[in-house]
Design a protein around this ligand. Structure first.
Ligand code: FAD
Length: 150
């Protein structure tokens, strides 16, 4: 017996899985086909260890993505700010202005909203204390604008 799906998503990297979630949100039945063996699942996100860059204006924005941040974590951490301007600067500097301006604008301006949406779909995020923070005078300080991992 054949099974019919409304949407077939090829690949199970971050982009594909978000597309699959978005299609499900619209009520579509979805199949995701991934060619890698299960032990190598996750697409290239494996190489970033789940780190995701997005613009945030302080801990209030981070709480939208990580509502389970504890009071102690907040008190003992300087998460800093990674503004949309910071994100634009990094995109233009790293690519030497060879990035597509429309896609870059979408990436940067939708980055926080997309993280909040992913969280609403059940993804959990945590601060990357082990790789992206130094302890200075008893307080963790994040650097580089890469603060959160899945
Ligand atoms: C070494 C390395 C380090 C990186 N470091 C960072 C970083 O620090 N910060 C950062 O933001 N980004 C980093 N990136 C980039 C980031 O990982 C990628 O941009 C992102 O993961 C791409 O996601 P994607 O969903 O578009 O594609 P992918 O993650 O590549 O997903 C594509 C999926 O499709 C599957 N697939 C392909 N063809 C088929 C097919 N014919 N049938 C079925 N399945 C198929 C693949 O197996 C894979 O699972 C790094 C990438 C690498 C390789």
């Amino acid at each position: 017996m054949e099974t019919i799906f409304d949407v077939v998503v090829i690949g199970a990297g971050n982009a594909a899985l978000c597309a699959a979630l978005a299609a499900r949100e619209q009520g579509a039945s979805v199949a995701v086909l991934e060619c890698a063996p299960e032990a190598e699942s996750g697409g290239n996100s494996r190489f970033t260890a789940g780190a995701i860059r997005f613009a945030y204006n302080g801990v209030e924005d981070l709480l939208k993505v990580m509502p389970d941040l504890s009071k102690d974590e907040i008190a003992n951490t300087d998460f800093g700010v990674y503004s949309e301007d910071n994100f634009f600067d990094d995109m233009f500097r790293v690519t030497r202005f060879r990035t597509d301006p429309n896609l870059t604008e979408m990436l940067v301006k939708q980055s926080l909203a997309t993280m909040v949406w992913m969280r609403s779909k059940g993804l959990r995020f945590v601060p990357i204390y082990g790789r992206q923070a130094f302890k200075i005078d008893g307080k963790f300080k994040f650097w580089g604008g890469l603060t959160v991992e899945a």
